[in-house]
Design a protein around this ligand. Structure first.
Ligand code: E4P
Length: 218
């Protein structure tokens, strides 16, 4: 499973990218607002920090508007992925951009039917929002299972399932069991993945015993 980071905080991205475990980044208008920074500048810096796909979301809602914004965003760096909403115009933009060789991430997906349309339009990624479905009492992970199952029926579908709106390591693990291609993680969730109290306890015991031997390796 690939791990993307879901943030527009460049310092945080650089820090996590240093682990070598970050495969890409997703941003959205809310995350850009939170960063308090210029959109184009931030996307450029993120693209330099992480070699993998970096999603930059259009703000336009019409086909022409989306294409015009994509034309401004694509030249920023070769790893820019254009993020469009799951609307008819977004799907039309996906078709046009993917035909031109631009990678598109179709966002705000809340149903398997929407995911099928995005694949048909040529999306490189489909972003089903797990946490936001959980928030309204629906099973977000159930949607991931449905999409993974449906996509696996068709060899012609190359769209990657990008699990979004992730709130906990449980979302990540369950989605991985289903074979989801990517999870985009808030930095805090990525940091949580490494944690286990028995690891901390075990390491403390090993270090104490090692100290007692009085030996050194180097
Ligand atoms: C995905 O690309 C979105 O940016 C993100 O996962 C949305 O998550 P949220 O529901 O926590 O805002």
């Amino acid at each position: 499973m690939k791990f993307f980071i879901d943030t527009a905080d460049v310092a945080e991205i650089r820090d996590l990218a240093a682990t070598g475990l970050v495969d890409g980044v997703t941003t959205n208008p809310s995350l850009i607002r939170k960063s308090g920074r210029d959109f184009i500048e931030v996307i450029g810096e993120i693209c330099e920090a992480v070699p993998g796909p970096v999603s930059a979301e259009v703000a336009a809602t019409t086909l022409d508007g989306m294409l015009a914004e994509a034309a401004r965003l694509v030249p920023i760096a070769p790893n820019v992925t254009i993020k469009v909403p799951l609307t008819w115009d977004g799907l039309k933009a996906t078709k046009r951009l993917s035909q031109d060789g631009v990678k598109v991430n179709v966002t705000l997906c809340f149903s398997a039917a929407q995911a099928l349309l995005a694949a048909k339009a040529g999306a490189a990624f489909i972003s089903p929002f797990v946490g936001r479905l959980d928030d309204i009492g629906q099973e977000g992970l159930g949607l991931i299972a449905d999409i993974c199952q449906i996509y696996s029926q068709y060899e012609t579908i190359t769209t990657e399932v990008l699990v979004a709106s992730v709130r906990s390591p449980v979302h990540v693990i369950e989605a991985a069991k289903m074979g989801a291609d990517v999870a985009t993680l808030p930095p805090a969730v990525l940091r949580q993945l490494v944690q286990h109290p028995l690891t901390d306890k075990g390491l403390a015991a090993f270090l104490a015993d090692w100290e007692a031997t009085g030996q050194r390796i180097v």
